[in-house]
Write a protein that binds this ligand. Structure first.
Ligand code: CAA
Length: 383
């Protein structure tokens, strides 16, 4: 049975900081952020945007186009959870009027969360072939003002519909996984920003990629040249570029040029948005499809990495006519119409978004679409 991605929705908040401005404010050569890290801009979520509101906005992009009576599962992967008990998916379900007779829950393993949701959804659809599943990744990457990780922050969400005979990409059943209990990046319950051993985290990421990629290509008898594109979890675009370098070492010039070109297309949105943790790999897939439009039938390799750490390499094949499901103009407009913040404004918005709300407190928003409207008796409200 062919199962995979049938719809993609994407959302990022309406504010950003330019990396040249940030570099100047931090007294760093802009080349470090633009080339050394590989980021141009960073999306900033004000306190009216959280994992839930961004997820509702991303899912809204396609919800009117799907058969709701077929929906059986809704899984929300995030490491920016808004409640220690209730699943973020229930807020989404209510906002979008989704059926009550579905299974829904939240899951977590750092940036691996959306991949875990996708794999769960594929198994679910294989067991219930007339059913579909919505899977969401939605996150705000926060390290803190003037920390080394600051330049790798971001905010956004990707929502996918998984079904049989999908219209965008069939996902192959074979995968290669690798996991270990390590402390490269984590966020204890009493912390609002992530803790990270930055250099170590980048080394572990590359090590896990090598394990998964070698295992997959050996088991499936594939060569690097068989891939039309290799996509990566992009905490910052240079990270993926480093992993790609390992894969293309010793390849012929044509393969090298193609994989580099496709990587650049896949990193286009990430360079403008920053790290969106669970959804970063899938924003890269969307970016490749919308910026480059590879031909149908192309084999795409995807590397998912979640700190802590869990990694998986898998592949998909693009379906004939997949481009009809995309919205490149709309996404271009969403990115272009954002408000540019000065570094001082960003710092204020950032610090404000960390503050705890009162038991009942209204939150105003200048964003289009859904937003977090505040609390009422400690219950979160979305408008
Ligand atoms: N022009 C061009 N390049 C320059 C430059 C200049 N003027 N100045 C410096 N650079 C280059 C450096 O040579 C370096 O390149 P290489 O990595 O190729 O050696 C690059 O810029 C970065 O410089 P530093 O290593 O000095 O950067 P740093 O110490 O400030 O920290 C970081 C970089 C470790 C990534 C830090 O931003 C961080 O901790 N980020 C968060 C952690 C992270 O994203 N880890 C990724 C793996 S974990 C994961 O993937 C899960 C997740 O989502 C978090």
């Amino acid at each position: 049975m062919k199962v995979g991605i049938d719809k993609i929705g994407f959302y990022t908040p309406n504010k950003f900081v330019d990396m040249v401005d940030l570099a100047k404010a931090r007294d760093v050569d802009p080349g470090k952020f633009l080339i050394g890290i590989g980021q141009n801009k960073m999306a900033v979520a004000d306190k009216s945007q959280d994992a839930v509101s961004m997820a509702i906005n991303a899912t809204s992009e396609y919800i009117d186009k799907i058969e709701l009576d077929k929906l059986g599962l809704l899984v929300f992967g995030t490491e920016s959870s808004v409640d220690q008990s209730k699943s973020a998916s229930l807020f989404v379900k209510k906002a979008l009027n989704l059926p009550k007779n579905i299974r829904t829950f939240e899951l977590k393993e750092a940036c691996f969360g959306l991949t875990a949701a996708i794999m769960t959804a594929i198994d679910y659809v294989k067991a219930h072939e007339d059913k579909t599943a919505i899977v969401i990744g939605s996150d705000i990457a926060r390290y803190g003002v003037a920390t080394p990780g600051e330049v790798t922050q971001g905010a956004g969400s990707i929502s996918l519909l998984i079904k049989k005979d999908p219209s965008i990409m069939e996902i192959n059943s074979e995968t290669s996984m690798y996991s270990d209990d390590i402390d490269d990046f984590w966020r204890p319950n009493n912390f609002k920003c992530a803790l990270v051993d930055g250099k170590y985290s980048t080394n572990v990421y590359l090590d896990f990629f090598k394990h998964c990629f070698e295992d997959y290509t050996q088991k499936q008898n594939l060569k690097t040249s068989d891939f039309e594109a290799l996509l990566f979890h992009l905490p910052f675009t240079k990270m993926g570029q480093k992993a790609l370098k390992l894969a293309i070492e010793g390849q012929d010039p044509e393969t090298t040029a193609r994989l580099l070109d496709k990587f650049v297309a896949g990193a286009t949105y990430g360079k403008e948005v920053g790290n969106i943790y669970t959804a970063s790999l899938y924003m890269s897939l969307l970016s490749l499809l919308e910026v480059d439009q590879p031909k149908a039938g192309s084999l795409i390799g995807l590397f998912s990495y979640g700190s802590g750490a869990m990694a998986e390499f898998f592949t998909g094949r693009l379906v004939d006519g997949y481009e009809k499901q995309l919205a490149p103009e709309k996404h271009k407009e969403m990115l272009e119409k954002r408000q540019k913040l000065t570094v001082a404004e960003y710092e204020e918005v950032f610090n404000e978004s960390l503050k705890d709300l009162a038991e009942s407190q209204e939150v105003q928003s200048d964003a289009n679409g859904w937003y977090f409207a505040g609390t009422s008796n400690n219950i979160r409200k979305y408008s």
